[in-house]
Design a protein around this ligand. Structure first.
Ligand code: RNT
Ligand code: ZN
Length: 417
């Protein structure tokens, strides 16, 4: 059977469960996924020579890492060309293009002009907008592993300024694309060993955040705070814990960002999404894959990803949940990593869009758990791949993109050394 015949047969199978595959494809095209710029160069950035820090780590040394802005732009462009659907760009402040300001100004002085080339790039690529992250790591002003919660006033003030500048940059980015810009605040602050005082750092963080949020552009900026349980070298205590940020976000009317590598291993973000939807208008995600710890493995089409997608789709929350990717694997072709993660997210969303949610909910509400299990098992083997293939074909893409990546590796990446 050619693609189309397989699609028509799949369409029929889904129609028997009252699911319209055309509607699912249409809906999938509307859901933006924010693509992180940091997969291509192992989170190094452009603005200084500091090693990656803050308890996060890339492992592996695959050839062809992007070494400068030209290479990173080229690699993102290649990756985007293989990614179906609506895309935004997720930028870190450390990717500022400083030009003549290099060596003269620091992160407390960045402005929109240092991101102009990124804006042009995003426009050329037809992206839906840019999201922004202040970079509170890999920098000499991180003192004893601390930023916004530091007991040192000068350190705190530097990072508060960085936060404020980031909010201003985000406001400009929102205006340029006529779409609000998500600003995600993640700080590495914490202690390797048992602290003497767990409260004061949190009170200082609260005060620093209050200052960053004093006067931001509510129309174009959506601030978010990203909690974490621990990092490498920061095992005993994290200032920005889950409880801290959830309460903070709820009091301040801002957003929580859930990174699915940032919780205890038996907690799931899929279950947290509906809990937060009961209280918040918007939630942000960092979709990643943690293997035993926050390892930031490439996102693949696995069960928890499908559960996350189900919670977004069946709660009609595709406009409330802002999906962003956050992983960095240096052990395989980085472009392959980028595309696989984005496609897995899209595939999971399509999977969720093709589920007879009405029937499942009815079974649950009637207490017919036999039927619920029966349907839950049945949907696992419906012909998702045939709809996926059709979706890609309509966008001029194929499921197998391995060769495209390998060609680029031979012709472009192999020449970098
Ligand atoms: C770290 C957080 C954070 C970073 C990125 C680079 O554990 O997940 O979001 O990964 O900002
Ligand atoms: Zn994250």
């Amino acid at each position: 059977m050619d693609n189309n015949a397989r699609y028509l047969s799949a369409k029929k199978s889904y129609a028997e469960l009252n699911i319209d595959t055309e509607k699912a494809i249409e809906k999938l095209l509307e859901i933006p996924v924010s693509i992180h710029c940091w997969q291509g160069d192992d989170v190094i950035g452009f603005d200084n020579d500091s090693a990656l820090s803050g308890g996060i780590q890339t492992t592996g040394n695959y050839m062809g890492k992007a070494r400068n802005k030209e290479e990173l732009f080229a690699d993102i462009k290649k990756a985007l060309s293989l990614m179906p659907g609506k895309k935004r760009l997720n930028l870190h402040a450390s990717y500022a293009i400083l030009g003549d300001d290099a060596g003269k100004i620091d992160r407390d002085k960045y402005s929109i002009k240092h991101f102009k080339e990124w804006i042009d790039f995003a426009k050329e690529e037809g992206l839906d907008g840019i999201d922004f992250n202040p970079t509170f790591f890999a920098h000499p002003m991180v003192k004893d592993g601390l930023t916004l919660s530091s007991p040192d006033k000068t350190t705190r003030e530097f990072w508060i300024e960085h936060g404020k500048r980031s909010m201003e940059i985000a406001s400009e980015l929102g205006k340029v694309f006529n779409k609000p810009c998500l600003v995600n605040i993640w700080i590495p602050d914490g202690y390797k060993d048992v602290p003497a005082d767990r409260l004061s750092p949190r009170l200082r963080l609260k005060d620093s955040l209050d200052k960053i949020l004093e006067n931001y552009d509510k129309k174009w900026v959506i601030p978010a705070v990203e909690s974490k349980v621990f990092g490498i070298g920061v095992e005993s205590y994290t200032v920005g814990s889950n409880e801290f940020y959830q309460n903070y976000a709820s009091q301040k009317g801002i957003c929580c960002l859930l990174d699915n590598g940032h919780y205890h291993p038996t907690e799931t973000v899929s279950d947290k999404i509906p809990s937060l939807l009961a209280f918040y208008d918007k939630i942000a995600l960092h979709v990643t894959r943690s293997v035993r710890w926050d390892s930031d493995h490439v996102v693949i089409f696995e069960d928890e990803l499908k559960e996350i997608a189900k919670e977004i789709v069946r709660n009609d929350a595709t406009e409330k949940v802002m999906i962003g990717l956050d992983y960095f694997d240096a052990s395989i072709n980085r472009i392959y990593a980028w595309v696989t993660g984005q496609r897995s997210m899209q595939k999971a969303l399509l999977y969720a869009l093709l589920i007879p949610n009405g029937l499942l909910k009815e079974a649950q509400d009637k207490g017919d758990f036999t039927l619920l299990m029966h349907l839950n098992e049945k949907i696992k083997t419906l012909p998702l791949f045939d709809v996926w293939d059709e979706y890609l074909a309509r966008l001029g893409l194929r499921d197998d993109f391995y060769k495209d990546v390998k060609d680029y590796e031979k012709t472009v990446l192999a020449k970098r050394n």
